[in-house]
Design a binder for this molecule. Structure first.
Ligand code: BG6
Length: 469
């Protein structure tokens, strides 16, 4: 953990992300002793006081903490909480931080966490500047970072007027997931896989993140955002970069970002004809949603990386709300053997190509499927698989949740798992053709796998999910 005590100024403290992930995560980091001393100052538009914030925090832990919350730990945590409403202005915020410093000592480090929608990011940065809360501070910016190229460029420029780049942590929590980091370990810690990690051996790649969740209480945010900005331009492209990047010269922030950014530079612009946008049939009737909304709750796309390693290997991405299953998989399909020596009807190829699959669930799984002989007379082949499940290691309790890991990294000043201005701007640039002329949304039934046209998008291949097929 970090050496110094931490003062967390949490913008958007009463919002959905704060309740679901940030408050439970901070509680865990504090109560497990990762942080040598902590004060959390909630900030939001809500007109409540510190007691009101405690009530919200208590409820959030009850509902969303993945581990039991002991009474003593809660009491200690509650004592770290304070609250300032935005309406109170910079002076009040400054005073709250000074009060926290009095109790933690002047060497305390400040972490400003901006868990706010894109249009509220700049006002929060300005408030911090006016409150004189820039030195000894780090700032964590939630995604989506801007809503298009122009707004991201502007946000970066304004941000740099106040904070230096090494103070800034642009968070993408998918990179904090244990299995995402395992992609790097798997690729670069072994001699076996890297030689086949290219167009000569790989036919295509799928990054598939269907969700069963609907909007919840996030209609306001989601209507402005949609599935592409919420998930693809952020999480899915970041994962794609881990899969596609060249080996970095060192496992350090600058070399890793450099290789990821090269992938983003090699990506071909996202063409509308390679995209299926969808909306679940009941979306427009939900609270807070426009009756004629064109926001997509589903998106599937084909993405091409035009470099030596990947030319001609499509990456298919899919994600959406209210789908049949909640899954987060990356699946590599290998090319088939050039010639089959097995008799017709032996079963080879009948169950699709060989796959390497990463499951991005917190307790990660991996599997490698291949054809092998079915026992008995003759030569019949079946799909078999080699599996790894983190559950079998007995180390699942060591797993930090993505947000816990990343908040801790930001407190320690480690940028390795954060995104960069250049990378984000490039991704918005690549997105331009799609954002300028998005194809019309196609309706899909809640509980399905999305609009019918997803099959055309991926043909002659097929979606890996659902697995039982
Ligand atoms: C968030 C999106 O960034 O990621 C949500 O805003 C989405 O819409 C969530 O549900 C998915 O994260 P996870 O960790 O549950 O896969």
């Amino acid at each position: 953990g970090p050496a110094r005590p931490q003062i967390v100024v949490l913008f958007g403290a009463t919002g959905d992300l704060s309740r679901r992930k940030l408050l439970p995560g901070l509680f865990q980091l504090c109560s497990a002793g990762f942080i040598p001393g902590c004060r959390i100052i909630g900030v939001s538009l809500d007109d409540i006081d510190a007691d009101g914030f405690c009530v919200i925090a208590r409820e959030s832990l009850r509902e969303f903490s993945s581990r039991p919350v002991a009474d003593a730990a809660w009491t200690a945590f509650a004592a770290t909480l304070d609250y300032v409403t935005l309406a109170a202005g910079p002076e009040s915020l400054r005073n709250a931080v000074l009060r926290a410093e009095q109790s933690l000592g002047a060497e305390a480090q400040r972490v400003h966490y901006l868990s706010v929608p894109p249009n509220a990011a700049l006002p929060a940065v300005r408030l911090l500047a006016e409150a004189g809360l820039v030195e000894r501070s780090r700032i964590i910016m939630e995604k989506p970072f801007g809503t298009d190229l122009a707004s991201a460029v502007l946000l970066n420029a304004r941000l740099h007027e106040v904070f230096t780049e090494d103070q800034i942590f642009r968070i993408d929590h998918f990179l904090g997931k244990e299995p995402a980091q395992n992609i790097l370990a798997f690729r670069f810690g072994n001699g076996l896989f890297e030689p086949i990690w290219n167009r000569n051996f790989i036919d295509h790649v799928q990054i598939d993140v269907p969700e069963t969740l609907g909007l919840g209480k996030r209609a306001g945010f989601y209507e402005q955002t949609g599935a592409y900005r919420d998930m693809v331009v952020t999480h899915l492209f970041q994962i794609l970069a881990f899969m596609a990047m060249e080996p970095p010269t060192a496992l350090e922030p600058a070399p890793i970002s450099e290789e990821k950014n090269k992938v983003f530079r090699s990506m071909l612009p996202i063409e509308p004809r390679n995209v299926v946008r969808g909306q679940y049939t009941s979306y427009r009737t939900e609270d807070g949603v426009d009756r004629e909304s064109d926001t997509e709750t589903f998106i599937a796309l084909k993405c091409l990386i035009d470099n030596w390693r990947w030319a001609g290997v499509p990456f298919f991405l899919r994600t959406g709300k209210r789908l049949a299953e909640g899954q987060r998989i990356i699946s590599i399909a290998f090319r088939e053997p050039p010639k089959s020596m097995f008799p017709a009807g032996s079963g080879v190829g009948a169950q699709g190509p060989d796959h390497l699959t990463f499951d991005l669930a917190d307790a990660s799984k991996m599997s490698l499927s291949f054809y092998g002989k079915r026992p008995g007379p003759g030569m019949r082949l079946d799909k078999l698989s080699l599996q790894f499940a983190m559950h079998d290691t007995g180390l699942v309790s060591e797993v930090l949740e993505a947000y816990e890991r990343l908040i801790l990294d930001a407190m320690r000043g480690d940028h390795t798992l954060f995104t960069t201005a250049e990378g984000i701007e490039r991704l918005w640039d690549v997105s331009k053709p799609l954002m300028e002329s998005p194809p019309p949304v196609r309706l899909y039934e809640p509980g399905s796998w999305g609009p019918k046209s997803i099959h055309q998008l991926i043909a002659p291949h097929a979606w890996r999910l659902p697995f039982e097929r």
